[in-house]
Ligand binder design. Sequence first.
Ligand code: FES
Ligand SMILES: [Fe+2]
Length: 351
Amino acid sequence: MQNPSLTSQQRDIRQTGINPNHWYAVARSREVTTNPIAVTLWHQAIAIYRGNDGKVYALEDRCPHRQVKLSHGRVVDNNLECAYHGWRIAGNGECVDVPYLATNQKLPNCKIRHYPIREQDGFVWLFPGDRNLATQLQPLGLPEWDHLNYIATVSIIECAAHYSYLIENLMDMYHGHLHQSWQAWADPILQDIYEDEGRVDAHYQAQSYYKIDKIWSISQLFFPALRRLHSEPLDVSYIYPNWTSTLGNDFKIYCLFCPINELKTRAYLIHFTSLNAFWRLHKLPVAFRKFVKNSLFGSAQKLLDGLVLQDVQMIEEEQQAYLAHPEQKNHELNRALASVQKLIKIQANPS
Ligand code: FES
Ligand SMILES: [Fe+2]
């Protein structure tokens, strides 16, 4: 039952759906092999696999024969073979083989849904909306992923909460208080907000704890004692449905959202440390630079996982508090969050 004392905004935001007409990161490229995996994107169960042609395919995770999960099956050629009776479904959703089909029987006409899918910058992206729009829109680019001057770290966020809580956390830089010894920034001041129907940009001025100007500066990621505060611009953007942030010249972070349902969100947090300051390094052979990039992959893992753990705890508590007492009103001072909620609603209910 809806509480009549709530404003419509309070009533809705924690139940708002997604705009399906965007590309969503649903898996890391390296997770997708010839062993199918099951993913869920806003209530849709999807089986993803790599065919023997190396391409990635995405099918509704439902065998058209008796509705069991196709993701329990195996890949044969470029088709997905159901574990139960061995029907084979092609990447376009059509049944192409039934092992016990009698000579007087025809293959059943039982096409299931298949999704536009792409691999880009280390992730597998899926378009759950109108497939005619898929080619007109692009997944969010992560140009640092393959760039030799950036070291990547990936942390997976799994939280039992609506995605609005996660994006609000990421856009509200005043929550640095939570992170204490993991803290990457301090004393933020919100200066400007830009908003349109596709994005919200919030510009803060803050103090950064890190400066990557010597090759050993990367050890600041492991040893808090090596960090020193200096002023840096801190920009955060909700580029629907994903998030990006830059802190000075040294850090770039992305959060790729895969909302599962009203109470569950999965996301990938990708942190890039820039090596742009080391011009001498850039004169070295590409093979060596690749080696440096790959060897340092994950160097911010402990930092990133530590931050995620603290954030997820708060986000889940917010969700639980909302479920227990939806009538309790937040007292929000950060105007970026009003812009975020507005964008979520515009996207979920385009006019
Ligand atoms: S349920 Fe899939 S083949 Fe029978
Ligand atoms: Fe945080």
